[in-house]
Structures are given as structure tokens and as C-alpha cells.
Design a binder for this molecule. Structure first.
Ligand code: MTE
Length: 400
């Protein structure tokens, strides 16, 4: 394959055959790795071949910044480091396809089967896009969108998409032009040498192998800006969605912010639990996240398929970063002291007597965020099956 030069972790589960490379870690490994996902367990979503960027090319890699700006510039990573404050933020990236497999079982959609590990968290280091936009003198009155383009060549042109200017120009939203992940240069699969990171939004807008940033009155015209990352109306079958292209151009169906979601990591689907004592306590565990910077406020577990619910404990490791101000050459400034947004996943746990587990047929999970958004009981089955967030379930099957 064109990517045979890329080193990859054999433990990752390939979701689209040999090429392009799309993968997630086994959920148990992802969960056990903790708050920060090491690069070798981070999910990967590539639409085509990974650009083979050698070190000297990376050193001279320039991002063209143009469009509605006072001065068009081409900046290298060295320029970015020199001109702007280098910052690090912990950010959870989520592919909009996370948990699609559950929908595909009910009705095959246009997308491939993501399990529930299409989500990962890392410390991303770079500069605020907002600082760069103000440096180039972006025209605040006319600008409506900021368009990003990657260096990968796909059958219908490079990967590209856009973000609203109001987000891109706001430091609070935390959008980064990033060159490092967990303190190390980006891996080829994650966008080496440089990419966009957009906290709180679907991963599809965080363009990798970043070549161009354009300030514009209109949104991106890139093929995959239209034919990806949308939730089409439910009445459209996947076949109709493929044939009747006009649906994809309607901006109502574009997805930006992530929605509230959660999953059970322990026990895993199909895991065998040996009951030694009915009096013992079993600890259920998993993750939850929401979008747009919203905090998860509740995670609830049901042992009777949603008739009654019990509150789980939530831990927000992101909060431990709010108390520290760290600064060095690798990370730049890591300072969340003035930030109250939540850009990362949290972890929940719930202690259940083994006796109760043996009497239940299903573990059901749902989360709520600070705006009261709650995971729905039912799926929203639609042609793309994106941001699927219905209640998460693990079936309990009794063995003899
Ligand atoms: N950027 C480029 N240039 N090409 C791509 O195929 N995939 C997008 C986004 N950026 C993509 C891209 C999608 S759909 C997702 S979910 C994220 O990258 C995944 O980032 P990751 O592979 O680092 O996890």
C-alpha cells in the first residue's frame, strides 16, 4: 500500500481493510491507557494515503495564510514558534463516526463500522489560530469562515473543510495550529508536520498535514466538506443519499459540535466474568464526553433497561490541569487557570453488587451535560450514521 513506510501498532483494529488506514484501539486498551492516549493507541481516520514528509521537507513546510487578510504570508513551524506564544492544551478528538457500528447492525449506512474507541485524548502543542488570524490582519467585518486544506491528495482534490470565523478567531475556543502530540512531533498518521486542532468539535474539522488557511466569506468548497460529516434527514435511504446529491449541500445538515456521549469500557462486550461470590462488588467503568466545551454533569447506569437509573461517580482528569501553570520549551505554556470549558473526556465508575449483575440482562448507560442534553433512548438512524449517541448497552449473558 502507499503507506507501507508508516510504522503502526499491530494491536490497532483496522476498520477499512488495507487502505486507507482507519483504526481504533481495543476499547479496553484505550480505557486502561488513562486520560492521555499514547499516540500508538490514538484512533486514526485517513481518507487517503499519508503524505510522506521527510525531515528536511518538514523544516521547510509552509502554511499559506491568505484570503481576506491584510498581508498574505507563508509561515513555517519555526516562524510560528518565533512569532506567537506556544501553548499546550489537553483535547479529546472524536471521529463523528464513533459508535457507528451499532447503527450499521440495524441498517447499513454509508459509513464504516467504528466501535466505541473512535475517541482519544492528547496534549496538543502549537499556537492559537486566533493569534495568527490577528497577526495577518484578517478582515473581521467580512470574514465568515476560515478554510483549511491538507496536503493529502485524494481522488476529488485535497482534504479540506472550514470553521466559522467567530470560532476560529476566539482564543476561548482553543483552536490550535499544532505540531506536537504528548510532547513529541506528530506521527505521520496524525498530521506530521502540522495540523489543526479544534476542541469540542468533530474530528473531521481538525485538518492534518495542513498546507493552507484561507479567510473567506464562504465556507469550504472541498469535496469532503460536503460529502462527509453531515447528518442527513432520516427518510433518506443511503442509496437516495448517494444519488440525490443536493441534500449534502444544505448547511442545516453540517455537524460541528460534538454531542453528549458515553460508553462502558468495563466490562467489555463479550467479556467473561467469573462469579466467585455474590456478595462481591463489581466496578463498572467507562468514559463520557460532550461538545462545544460543555461539561458532563451526570452519568447514569440502569440494570433494568432504562426503567430505573442510578448515578455513577465522575472523575474529570482535565481539572487537575486547571491548577497548574507549566511552561517549558517543549510544551510552551500549559495554563488552563482561566478556562472553564471542558475539552476532554471524563471517566465514570459505578459499584454494583455481583448479585444484581447476575439478575440483570443488560447494562445500560446514559450521560447528561451541563446544558441538560441527554443521550437519547433511540437511535437516529440516517444515511451517514454520524455522532450516534443513543444509550450505550452491554448485554449480560449467563453461562452455565
Ligand atoms: N485531514 C486530512 N488532511 N485528511 C484526512 O483524511 N481526516 C479527518 C481529520 N483531518 C483527515 C484530516 C477526520 S474525519 C478525523 S476524525 C480526524 O482527522 C482524525 O484525526 P486523527 O487521525 O489524528 O485521529
Amino acid at each position: 500500500t502507499p503507506d507501507s513506510w508508516v510504522k503502526r501498532n499491530a494491536e490497532l483494529i483496522r476498520l477499512t481493510g488495507k487502505h486507507p488506514f482507519n483504526c481504533e484501539a481495543p476499547l479496553t486498551s484505550l480505557y486502561n491507557a488513562g486520560f492521555l492516549t499514547p499516540a500508538h493507541l490514538h484512533f486514526v481516520r485517513n481518507h487517503g494515503a499519508v503524505p510522506h514528509v521527510l525531515k528536511d521537507v518538514a523544516d521547510n513546510w509552509k502554511i499559506r495564510i491568505h484570503g481576506l487578510v491584510k498581508e498574505e504570508v507563508a509561515l513555517s513551524i519555526t516562524d510560528l514558534r518565533r512569532l506567537f506564544t506556544v501553548v499546550t492544551l489537553p483535547v479529546t478528538l472524536v471521529c463523528a463516526g464513533n459508535r457507528r457500528k451499532e447503527q450499521n447492525v440495524v441498517r447499513k449506512s454509508l459509513g464504516f463500522n467504528w466501535g466505541s474507541a473512535g475517541v482519544s485524548t492528547a496534549l496538543w502543542t502549537g499556537v492559537y489560530l486566533a493569534d495568527v488570524l490577528s497577526y495577518v490582519g484578517a478582515d473581521r467585518r467580512r470574514a465568515k469562515h476560515v478554510i483549511f486544506e491538507g496536503g493529502d491528495s485524494l481522488p476529488n482534490g485535497p482534504y479540506g473543510t472550514s470553521e466559522r470565523y467567530s470560532w476560529a478567531s476566539s482564543k476561548e475556543k482553543g483552536m490550535l495550529i499544532a505540531w506536537a502530540m504528548n510532547g513529541l512531533p506528530l506521527e505521520p498518521d496524525h498530521g506530521f508536520p502540522v495540523r489543526i486542532i479544534i476542541p469540542g468539535q468533530i474530528g473531521g474539522r481538525s485538518v492534518k498535514w495542513l498546507k493552507s488557511i484561507e479567510v473567506s466569506v464562504s465556507e469550504s468548497q472541498h469535496h469532503l466538506h460536503y460529502f462527509d460529516n453531515r447528518i442527513l434527514p432520516i427518510q433518506l435511504s443511503p442509496e437516495q443519499a448517494r444519488a440525490e446529491k443536493q441534500w449534502w449541500y444544505d448547511s442545516r445538515y453540517l455537524i460541528n459540535e460534538l454531542n453528549v456521549n458515553s460508553a462502558i469500557a468495563k466490562p467489555a462486550h463479550g467479556e467473561e466474568l467469573r462469579v466467585i461470590s455474590l456478595d462481591a462488588i463489581y466496578e463498572l467503568r467507562g468514559y463520557a464526553y460532550s461538545g462545544g466545551g460543555r461539561r458532563i454533569t451526570r452519568v447514569e447506569v440502569s440494570l433494568d433497561d432504562g426503567r430505573t437509573w442510578k448515578l455513577s461517580e465522575i472523575v474529570y482528569p482535565e481539572d487537575s490541569y486547571r491548577d497548574i501553570v507549566h511552561s517549558d520549551d517543549t510544551y510552551g505554556v500549559l495554563d488552563l487557570t482561566e478556562r472553564d470549558t471542558c475539552f476532554c473526556w471524563c471517566f465514570w465508575s459505578f459499584n454494583v453488587p455481583v448479585q444484581d449483575l447476575t439478575e440483570a440482562s443488560c447494562l445500560t448507560l446514559r450521560a447528561m451535560d451541563e446544558s441538560g442534553n441527554m443521550q437519547p433512548r433511540d437511535m437516529y438512524t440516517n444515511a451517514t450514521s454520524m455522532i450516534n449517541n443513543w444509550w450505550f448497552r452491554v448485554a449480560i449473558v449467563k453461562c452455565k
